[in-house]
Design a protein around this ligand. Sequence first.
Ligand code: PLP
Length: 401
Amino acid sequence: MPETDQTPIYLDNHATTRVDPRVVAAMVPFLETHYGNAHSPTHYFGAEAREALESSRGKLAELLGAQPDEIVFTSGATESNNLALRGVIEHPRCRRGGVISVVTEHAAVLDPLRRLAKLGTPVTWLPVAPTTAPDCGVIDLQQLTDALDDSIGLVSVMWANNEIGVLQPLDEIGRLARAAGALVHCDATQAVGKLPINLARTPIDLLSCSAHKFHGPKGVGLLWVRSGTPRVKLEAQQLGGGHEAGRRSGTVNVPGIVGMATALELALTDLDQHQSHLRQLKQLMWSSLQEQLAAIQCEVELNGPSWERDDLRLPGNLNFRIVGIDGQTLLARLPWLALSSGAACSSIHPAPSHVLQALGLDNDQIRSSLRVGLSRFNTVDEIDRAVRAIVSTTRTLSAMR
Ligand SMILES: Cc1ncc(COP(=O)(O)O)c(C=O)c1O
């Protein structure tokens, strides 16, 4: 029976998230009345904007366990990653030009590194554990150790993957890289606001994140650049008025930054509660899919870490494949159900997912894969409806084979 209730359900929260209404409320005054330029502090309007900018910087720093002057505001994680990677390697006083990264990084890390490689930077790409391993998607720390030598200036590893949600062992990676004298950059776009964080105690040097992944607005993010020794020497990539202590020129997005600070505060305040809600929904979705698909003689397989190692996966991530069913075809029949058949960020290039390829999945397995990103706004009722719709569409498509 086709689902009669077709009220849209949003389960694509790795692509972007709904802005929390409290975030919108915090931003509105900075669009309507307090619209001054934070870099014009000689008058009332500018001074108010400057005040909001600096108090948001302070709030974000406190939430992240950082210092306010370590935060560089950007337009989002793509820009933060570009600034971190190119900024470190292109600095005139960069002494060690080699980089280590991972094959499953987001395009916003892969592409700047490919550009650097074209210009002569040696880049070592680490593989990840294959789909047959319980820790599927995680890097091998011995391979990292073997790749670290005195030519390596920077190690860039994402914290949480945007497709399979797998978490990398950031502390161990940081300790190994630092012991070898390299800086560590982390693309934490999918992790910030979802996992506890304290940068003061994390052995890394640069971290990228983006407000729209944690119920904040689009077009605003930050790069955290650790202060102290060894100093992170960063070559600005965007030149102009010398804003953000010369590290990123351009008028800052005050409403966006106020929204980002509010969003992170809301995400982290009740983090335990949000995490257990997400885990409960994920558990429900996975067990219902297995049960209901088995009842129609269809198999469903998990992508990423095994279910026993669900501790290695983001609380709100589920990536699975329904054997023999084309994911795009299934989604085309359910336009009211927002899921993804690959990374939304790269869906303008409809090539098979490089992340799933790196796990050793073949093209048929990749074509049948679906990615679910849950948020704290999702409900049990939505998961029940989503599963029913996926199962009944699978039944229809199976009957057509
Ligand atoms: C892991 C990761 N890094 C970077 C980005 C790019 O973020 P933004 O949209 O803020 O540029 C994304 C977006 O999906 C992502 O998931």
